[in-house]
Ligand binder design. Structure first.
Ligand SMILES: NC(=O)c1ccc[n+]([C@@H]2O[C@H](COP(=O)([O-])OP(=O)(O)OC[C@H]3O[C@@H](n4cnc5c(N)ncnc54)[C@H](O)[C@@H]3O)[C@@H](O)[C@H]2O)c1
Ligand SMILES: O=C(O)[C@@H](O)[C@@H](O)[C@H](O)[C@@H](O)CO
Length: 290
């Protein structure tokens, strides 16, 4: 039974994951070498903040890694965990893009490692994608999936270890096209966001792409995809509009400026959490009504 959880990385995702587990009765420790007294007013007071790595991980039943998306940093951490954790402990990575096979190569603990890919904000978005290796015992996958279900999540266990899993591949395909439209002057960021927020996104809260295709008629979808696929963006580089902003330190909400301007990180994130809470209540009523 997983009760003691250590989250590595106190950034956007690590704190959301910590908030989720702490809110569902787990003992949660957060480790970050750059830890400062956390000023986020929405963090539960029960969180233990640690700056001693060995102490933070040695008694944990589950260690969730949420450090930057860099293979060298993640691999260095897993190498240290290999020697420090309990024989029964499970290690989960929140990577957005890497394959589990590459993250875990040559580690003694690789068969106790998984990907649990949460979505921002991690304490509100129900989806968590789980990836395991063929050699991972199914009892570990079941244990982590049932913990997530107890915390109100909707885990999806993938059949294959593939970069970007399901949702990030879909999201990246959409973002490639959104940046193409922006960079080619077809529409600005606000117009593109409106098209998703007021159109596609509303439907996607209740129906996935295959359900939407069935609803529209597959004969029409055959025509639409056949006509449009040759017209779509197909770049294999990160979009210029995002790379340029990153180069200027415009990182989005956390730096106060991205595609838009922000004056308060915590308030911006909290407003999204409140809207999601209302939508989730509505969605649950919708499913109960059938
Ligand atoms: N931001 C998102 O929307 C999102 C969503 C899902 C998954 N992810 C993935 O989650 C991971 C974390 O992303 P994030 O957005 O929270 O990043 P972030 O930059 O907000 O936070 C990363 C944190 O890790 C800390 N850190 C750096 N080295 C460390 C180490 N050796 N040990 C412990 N902590 C360390 C940093 O100090 C920082 O606080 C990445 O793999 C990312 O791809 C991000
Ligand atoms: O959207 C999310 O929360 C996730 O899909 C993340 O993994 C991902 O890093 C995105 O923020 C960017 O694709």
């Amino acid at each position: 039974m997983i009760t003691a959880i250590t989250v590595l990385g106190a950034g956007t995702m690590g704190l959301g994951i910590a908030r989720l587990f702490a809110g569902h009765g787990c003992r949660v420790t957060v480790y970050d070498p750059n830890i400062q007294p956390l000023s986020d007013p929405f963090l539960p007071p029960s969180l233990v903040l640690a700056n001693d790595f060995e102490k933070a991980v040695s008694e944990a039943d589950l260690i969730v890694e949420a450090v930057p998306e860099q293979m060298d940093i993640k691999r260095e951490i897993f190498g240290r965990l290999d020697k420090l954790i309990k024989p029964s402990a499970i290690v989960a990575s929140n990577t957005s893009t890497f394959q589990l096979h590459d993250l875990t190569a040559d580690l003694a603990i690789r068969d106790r490692m998984l990907i649990t890919h949460f979505f921002n904000p991690a304490d509100y978005i129900p989806l968590v994608e789980i990836v395991a290796l063929p050699s991972t015992s199914s009892s570990i996958v079941c244990e982590v999936a049932s913990l997530l279900q107890r915390c109100g999540k909707s885990p999806v266990v993938l059949n294959k270890d593939i970069p970007g899993f399901i949702a990030n591949r879909l999201q990246a395909a959409l973002m490639r096209e959104a940046c193409y439209l922006l960079e080619n002057g077809v529409a600005d960021a606000a117009q593109i966001d409106t098209a998703v927020r007021e159109g596609l996104g509303l439907r996607w809260a209740f129906k996935g792409p295959f359900e939407v295709a069935d609803l529209g008629g597959l004969d029409i979808w055959a025509k639409v995809t056949g006509h449009l696929f040759p017209e779509l963006a197909n770049s294999i580089e990160a979009p210029q509009s995002i790379v340029e902003k990153t180069g200027r330190g415009e990182l989005g909400v956390k730096s106060g400026r991205g595609f838009y301007e922000y004056d308060d990180v915590y308030r911006t994130a909290d407003r999204l959490r409140s809207s999601l809470q209302r939508l989730l209540t509505l969605k649950s009523n919708f499913h109960q009504e059938g």
